[in-house]
Write a protein that binds this ligand. Structure first.
Ligand code: G4P
Length: 532
């Protein structure tokens, strides 16, 4: 096997998804402890507190230089190079999360044992399903009372429409929580409350019928045996192919805060999770093993260094090998660029890199020429698919207070839209911009950054739109007629695509029925056209 292939095969690039408070941060921290990337518990948590616990969101955004190290965390575990991509927990930033998920090869889903599947988990799952992303499930907080294990499995199967294959099974829960039995390895790990260290995992028993188990557990030993027989008869057995296709999720039980069940999950994760695979581009599928370099931008982050107006583009490498100083073509603008300074993100630090491989995420400084969705490659004009824009759900009109600043406003809105802070629409009628977002916080951040970075004093005014769809039609005449008849509802997005805005889903339904030739879409590939 050549050097590149070896490097690719040991890479695991994944994201953790969960509803806020399920335990994503706590679990991330434990994974980093195992990977030796942090030395003490609390490091990630403290950073999360800096990011979220303050009511002053704007300062927090400006201080992204601190928090960005949590966006991508690279660590090594048992010879595997792991890239963990953080997804913002707050639902107002779900667009950002969706895009991050386009850069991973698999996901880890954390579910609170007491709450089961929550709304944000369902939304994130929809995104994973768009690319059939393989998902491992970790049911957290077994040290507290929660749903019965079989009930939580059926909750996942019903709400998320994915088959569950338990690879571990809890013995009791809450105060009666005794440990987990690994169905994958036929091992029993006993739980010691408060044990919060890596390495030691208590007593290990390889046979559930060993009478030693009765001595250790008492009556729960028989309950466990019955459970094992039941799930071996009733639950779906683990099937690697099903998992890799995104049709089945292996399920682990544990308690992140007590560091219980985490190592079993991580050990299995590195064995079964996929290494970087082929990626779909407009013209063809690109294999990671191809020699020419290629990668795409899935995230742009501003103010990494408050002293400069730099923005960092996060590039997921899809094929070939990245070397410092190499040249690649930035296809959307048709220019060659030299990667003289690329950054790789370690859990605690960032450093300049000499080389990187498919699956790795590199950061490139950018002065405003790079957009989310852009592709870089050696020569062939590739355009990777799968970085979507989602139709926003909340809309506001931007009213400029000082008309002399119209140019600044335009520039600010263009930049911030490119970063994905919110979406910007230019209505066919009138000259005010309309912003669209998924969460209210996006509006606050947009306004604050317009003020602090572009010197624009503006305000919001409400608009009566609540629904947006991108519209297209093969018949140009029909499209023109549609535009004419609906011009009060039409706008351009920042890419120059047509958008239909309306008041309600009901109205939209009416319009869809009335105009069968028009295609209405809820998502759109970002920059899905190569310049001709
Ligand atoms: P998130 O990133 O998904 O939002 O969740 P986070 O890890 O911050 O965890 C949310 C809360 O759940 C935290 O409590 C955390 O301590 C707790 N937690 C995480 N894992 C477990 C577990 O295995 N068992 C139990 N019982 N609790 C767990 P908090 O009170 O919100 O914060 P803190 O005061 O502990 O920092």
């Amino acid at each position: 096997m050549d050097h590149n292939a070896k490097e690719i095969n040991k890479r695991r690039t994944f994201g953790i998804i969960s509803h806020p408070d399920a335990g994503k941060t706590t679990l991330t921290e434990k994974l980093l402890l195992y990977g030796g990337a942090i030395q003490q518990a609390g490091a990630v948590k403290a950073r999360k507190a800096e990011r979220y616990a303050t009511s002053d969101w704007m300062t927090v955004e400006r201080e992204r230089g601190i928090s960005v190290t949590t966006s991508v965390m690279k660590f090594n575990y048992m010879g595997f190079e792991i890239n963990l991509l953080d997804t913002p927990g707050h639902q107002d930033f779900s667009e950002d999360t969706y895009r991050v998920l386009t850069a991973v090869d698999s996901a880890l889903m954390v579910i609170d044992n007491a709450k089961g599947v929550e709304p944000q988990t369902e939304k994130l799952m929809e995104v994973c399903r768009m690319r059939n992303t393989p998902i491992i499930t970790f049911i957290n907080k077994l040290d507290r009372e929660g749903m019965a294990p079989l009930d939580i499995l059926s909750d996942i199967e019903d709400k998320l429409q994915i088959e569950c294959a338990p690879l571990s099974w809890p013995i009791g829960m809450g105060k009666r929580f005794k440990g987990v039995y690994s169905i994958y390895k036929n091992e029993l790990h006993l739980f010691t409350p408060g044990q919060n260290i890596t390495g030691a995992q208590g007593i290990v028993i390889n046979d559930p019928y060993d009478s030693y188990l009765d001595d250790l557990l008492g009556s729960p030993a028989n309950e466990l045996r019955e459970d094992i027989e039941l799930i071996q008869g009733a639950a779906d057995p683990f099937d690697l192919e099903h998992y890799l296709k995104g049709n089945q999720t292996p399920v682990f039980f544990g308690s992140a805060i007590n560091n219980f069940g985490v190592k079993e999950m991580l050990d299995t994760f590195v064995q079964i999770a996929p290494c970087p695979g082929p990626r779909a581009a407009v013209s063809r599928n690109v294999s990671p093993y191809e020699e020419p370099f290629s990668g795409f931008v899935f995230k742009i982050q501003a103010n990494m260094n408050p002293a400069h107006r730099d923005r960092m583009a996060f590039v997921r490498i899809c094929s070939g090998r990245f070397t410092r100083g190499m040249k690649a073509t930035h296809h959307r603008i048709g220019k060659n660029i030299t990667f003289s300074n690329a950054t790789i993100f370690m859990a605690n630090d960032r450093e300049n890199i000499e080389e990187a491989y498919p699956g790795d995420i590199i950061g490139i400084y950018n002065h405003g020429t790079i957009k989310i969705g852009d592709t870089f490659s050696d020569k062939e004009p590739l355009k990777f698919l799968g970085v979507p824009s989602f139709a926003p759900e909340i809309f506001k009109k931007v009213i400029l207070k000082n008309p002399m600043k119209a140019k600044h406003l335009k520039k600010g809105l263009t930049h911030l839209a490119e970063e994905g802070v919110a979406q910007v629409f230019r209505p066919f009628q009138g000259k005010d911009y309309i912003l669209g977002a998924v969460g209210m916080l996006q509006f606050d951040i947009m306004m604050e950054r317009l003020r602090s970075e572009y010197g624009v004093d503006a305000a919001y005014e409400s608009v009566h739109f609540n629904v947006a769809r991108w519209v297209e039609c093969h018949d140009i005449k029909k499209m023109e007629e549609f535009e004419r008849k609906n011009s009060a509802n039409m706008a351009w997005d920042s890419e120059g695509s047509r958008v239909y805005l309306t008041t309600s889903e009901w109205h939209l339904g009416y319009c869809v029925e009335k105009w069968p030739e028009i295609e209405f879409s809820k998502t759109r590939e970002i920059t899905d056209r190569l310049p001709s």
